[in-house]
Each structure stands twice: as structure tokens, then as C-alpha cells.
Design a protein around this ligand. Structure first.
Ligand code: NOJ
Length: 541
């Protein structure tokens, strides 16, 4: 058998030789044969150059051919072509990304609906709205196609300023429910695709807050948590600063024997943000609520966060006026240097919770700067350092004074022309601190103003009840625009159905102006239709 194989092989070699095919394509001498004779070596080099390239050639032959001009040039052309193609692809990708519209975030694709908690819906019949009440009304947001809801303060509070005087930043006031109710509400809202924005009130606490009690008792850790200055029980006060609500911004505290500063009510002492412990406390509180899953904060009264440490008198607008009616330039009590650093630090903390898809935490700031629009725009931050997603645009609050088209155009242009490039606009026409449109501009303007609000480019914020054109109630206090939501023509307008009591009177027009009546036609329909239309247009353009 072995002989048969050998015979077969010799047959092949004979045949191959006959066809003059060189199976081993080198010259007759093997390539590793190194000749001693120089002449013989020249011959062999010449022979090498004769070899044609072939598949599976050894390295030596490959090298021999690769340096030939036709291979080298082709190779170089192909190499540079590849580099050029890669660069072109990268450039194309970058251009496409830069030119394509950015993916919109949740706070850009829906109006924000402001719920004034005391007045929205009362589940337990005590006359005051509560967290469970909101949960009962989630269908209303769904119906209106609203996705973001700002719920007013629900912290534990003595309620001297409707919850904006906080006694404990980590507790729910029993008037509104329990922490469990809050968590349930948040979970329910998330399960139906709604986001919850809450108030963050960093400027002051209630005078019942534990920190204030420790501070007035000069506890070493807490004594500088607030802004204190020497004064005696009578005049003169440390300086001429006045509170937003009028009168001196200083109140004498008998326990400590000094005056403390308050830019709002005397029951709302100002926190001292020059104290690093205070900054840390407030940052921890932000973490507390973010960890619970809240989707954003409305940062209140931010321009008041810092005051000039020198405590000099503020200049009087008219130095000839008597001190009782003076008006001051608030050079030392608002918009002080360092304020934006505080907000940017909080923003940075919020970023850490914003990384998961769909979990972006939103920040809006409240600062009334009137015609000083450049001050407002600073809250957007810079192209490098992020601050609020937008500062509330309060300029349309001036609308009712002059409802002419030109004035509207002026107010809209004011924002659009001053907004930093690449930022997102926003609009509002009312809130819990301002009269309702129906009362300030008149019933006839409700629809057109709502339409304007919803169609301007950017995020609209609407105050509860504006969708049905609710009016102010008679109230001597700051509350005319805070009356119970008018859900139906039933007892107490459907705000509650267990008692006759409501914390503010229901507006007498509730039989005709209520959600139930208007859901099928009228203002609410208009709202719903515009929002459904807009989802298809405004938010994708
Ligand atoms: C802003 C709130 O909107 C307002 O109602 C409150 O009185 C002040 N902050 C002071 O807390």
C-alpha cells in the first residue's frame, strides 16, 4: 500500500514538471541558502526581483514587492482615503447632532399646573385642602393633558404665611396629611406619568423652628444661624431696612436681647447663609426630598437669600420724604454677591439625582425683578455653570394693566430678546400672590389670555382655577385669589362634601363656573384642545 502511494506521488511530480510549474516559486536555490561567492549572490538578487507576487508568499518576497512604487503609492492613497473618510464621518455625525433639535425634557413638554394646597381639594372635610385631596383629582390633570404639577408648601408650619413659614423642613403639616400620604401621592402621580414639583423655602424659617429657638438661646452651634444685631427694645433699629410687608425688617428678641432680621413677616427670621452650617443644613434638606423622589423645586424668594454684612442704611428713593412713607433702593438686602453661587451649588446637588433617564430634577426660581430683566436672566446661569432651568417670567403679570396687543408684544419681546442663547422660555399670568385674570383683566379676557399663555414658545405655568376663569373672592387679607377650587355646582363647589366649612368662602359664581359644567364645553375644553394640539406641534418644533 505504501509503495502505491509513493508511486502516485512520483506520478504527480512528473506531471507537474511536464507542465513546467514551479510548485516552490523560488529560484532553484532555497532562500535560506547564503552564497559565499559575491557573483553568485548578485545573480540570486536578480533572480529574486523576477519573482511575481503570489498568494501565500513568504515575508521576504512580500517585502521585496511592497516597496515598489506601484504598491507603495496605492497603499498610501488607500490609507489617506480611509483617514479622510473617518474624519468626514465624524464631522457629519457632529453636525447632525448639533443641528438636530434637542430631546425635550419633561418640564418642557407640558405646562406646569400650580396647586395651592389649602384650596385645591379637601378629602377629610376640615375645610382645608390636603394631599389626599390632590390624589383624588389626578384625572383633572390627565384630562387637561398636564404632566407637571407644582404643589404649594406642605411642611409643618404655624401657617402665619400659609406654610411659607416652615417649622420643620422634614415633616408634613398634619393639616395636609402625613408623610405616608405624601409618598402615596408621589407614587400615584409617577404611576400615571405626572411629575411633582414642590416648594423649597431657603430664605427663612418660622420663628418656631428648633434652630431659631437654639439661636435665640445663643447655643454655640446655632447662635449664628440667623442674622442678629445689637439693638435695644425701642428704636433705633440697627438700620433703616424694611420688610417686604412694610415696617422695619428688624424685631427685638427679648430672650437674646438683640434684634433679628426678617425680610418678610416678623415670624419668618432670615437664615444666615454666610454660615457654612446653614448652607449644609439646607443642602441636606434638598437631598432628603430628592431621595424621596420629588421631581423638582420651586425655589422661593431667592433674591433675599443674602444681605450685606456691613448692615449700612439703604439709600432712600426720595430723601425728602418722611421715614413713615419712605421707599428704599434695596442695594444691600436683595441680589447680593454670592447669591448665584448658592443656587448653583444646589443645582449641582440636583444634577447628581438627574442622571437616570426620565429622572431629571427641575429647578425654577422665584425673583420679582420688575424691569431689571438682566437680573432675572442671571438665574439661568451661564453656558458653563448651570443654575435654574428657568427663572419664573413674571412680566405678563403686568398684562391686565394694559391689554393692548402692542403691550403684549413688548412684554413677550422683553423676555425673548434678553433670554440667554440656548435657554428655554416660560410664561405665567397669575399665582397665589397675584389677583386672578378674571378679576384684574376681566372675564372677557380669560380665554384669549389663556390662549396666549399656552401658545407662546416655552413652558406655561398656570394657577389652579384659571382654566375655568375663577374670580377673586372678597377677603381683606392676601387671600382673594386663594378661594376653594370650583369642581362642581354641589355643596362647597365640590371642594369637600363633608361639612359646610371652607377655610375661605367659595366664590358665589361656583354654580356656573366649575370644572363639571365647563369640562364639556367652554374654557376647559379650550384648554384641553389647545394642549392636545400643542403636543403635536409646539413641543416638537
Ligand atoms: C414667596 C411666596 O410666594 C409668598 O407667598 C410668601 O409670602 C413669600 N415667599 C415669603 O415666604
Amino acid at each position: 500500500q505504501g509503495e502505491d502511494v509513493l508511486a502516485g506521488l512520483s506520478h504527480i511530480s512528473v506531471n507537474t514538471a511536464a507542465r513546467n510549474v514551479n510548485l516552490y516559486p523560488f529560484p532553484s536555490k532555497a532562500p535560506n541558502h547564503v552564497s559565499e561567492d559575491p557573483e553568485e549572490k548578485l545573480d540570486s538578487d536578480a533572480e529574486y526581483t523576477q519573482i511575481q507576487p503570489y498568494a501565500g508568499m513568504p515575508k521576504e518576497v512580500l517585502l521585496l514587492h511592497s516597496s515598489k512604487a506601484r504598491y507603495r503609492v496605492t497603499r498610501e492613497i488607500l490609507f489617506w482615503l480611509m483617514v479622510a473618510c473617518t474624519l468626514a464621518l465624524v464631522a457629519l455625525t457632529v453636525t447632525v447632532i448639533a443641528l438636530s433639535p434637542r430631546c425635550m425634557n419633561w418640564w418642557q413638554v407640558s405646562p406646569v399646573y400650580q396647586v395651592y394646597l389649602r384650596s385645591f381639594s379637601d378629602s377629610d372635610g376640615d375645610g382645608v385642602g390636603d394631599l389626599k385631596g390632590i390624589q383624588k383629582q389626578l384625572d383633572h390633570f390627565q384630562y387637561l393633558n398636564i404632566k407637571s404639577v407644582w404643589v404649594g408648601p406642605f411642611y409643618r408650619s404655624p401657617m402665619r404665611d400659609s406654610g411659607y413659614d416652615v417649622e420643620d423642613f422634614r415633616a408634613i403639616d398634619p393639616l395636609f396629611g402625613t408623610m405616608n400620604d405624601f409618598e402615596e401621592l408621589l407614587a400615584k402621580m409617577h404611576s400615571v406619568g405626572l411629575k411633582l414639583i414642590m416648594d423649597f423655602i431657603p430664605n427663612h424659617t418660622s420663628d418656631r423652628h428648633r434652630w431659631f429657638n437654639l439661636s435665640r438661646a445663643t447655643d454655640p452651634h446655632y447662635k449664628d444661624y440667623y442674622v442678629w444685631s445689637d439693638c435695644d427694645g425701642s428704636s433705633p433699629r440697627p438700620n433703616n431696612w424694611v420688610s417686604v410687608f412694610g415696617r422695619s425688617a428688624w424685631t427685638y428678641d427679648e430672650v437674646r436681647g438683640q434684634c433679628y432680621l426678617h425680610q418678610f413677616l416678623k415670624e419668618q427670621p432670615e437664615l444666615n447663609f454666610r454660615n457654612p452650617h446653614v448652607r449644609k443644613e439646607m443642602t441636606d434638606i434638598i437631598h432628603f426630598w430628592l431621595a424621596k423622589g420629588v421631581d423638582g423645586f420651586r425655589m422661593g424668594a431667592v433674591k433675599h437669600l443674602l444681605e450685606a454684612a456691613h448692615l449700612r442704611d439703604e439709600p432712600q428713593v426720595d430723601p425728602n420724604k418722611a421715614p413713615v412713607s419712605w421707599d428704599l433702593y434695596h442695594d444691600y438686602t436683595i441680589s447680593q454677591l454670592g447669591l448665584h453661587d448658592l443656587l448653583r451649588d444646589w443645582r449641582a446637588e440636583m444634577e447628581a439625582y438627574s442622571r437616570e433617564p426620565g429622572k431629571y430634577r427641575f429647578m425654577v426660581t422665584e425673583s420679582y425683578d420688575y424691569e431689571e430683566v438682566d437680573k432675572t436672566m442671571m438665574y439661568y446661569g451661564t453656558s458653563l455653570v448651570k443654575e435654574s432651568d428657568f427663572p419664573f417670567n413674571f412680566y405678563l403679570l403686568d398684562l391686565p394693566q394694559n391689554t393692548s396687543g402692542l403691550w403684549v408684544q413688548h412684554l413677550v419681546q422683553l423676555w425673548m430678546d434678553n433670554m440667554p442663547k440656548g435657554q428655554w422660555a416660560n410664561w405665567l399670568v397669575g399665582n397665589h400672590d397675584k389677583p386672578r385674570i378674571a378679576s384684574s383683566a376681566g372675564q372677557t379676557y380669560i380665554r384669549v389670555i389663556n390662549m396666549l399663555l399656552l401658545t407662546l414658545p416655552g413652558t406655561p405655568t398656570t394657577y389652579y382655577g384659571e382654566e375655568i376663569g375663577m374670580e377673586n373672592v372678597n377677603s381683606a387679607s392676601r387671600d382673594p385669589q386663594r378661594s376653594p377650587m370650583q369642581w362642581s355646582g354641589d355643596m362647597n363647589a365640590g371642594f369637600n362634601n363633608k361639612t359646610n366649612v371652607t377655610w375661605l368662602p367659595v366664590h358665589p359664581d361656583y354654580r356656573s363656573i366649575n370644572v363639571e359644567v365647563q369640562n364639556s364645553f367652554n374654557a376647559v375644553q379650550l384648554w384641553r384642545n389647545i394642549l392636545i394640539e400643542l403636543c403635536g406641534y409646539k413641543y416638537t418644533h
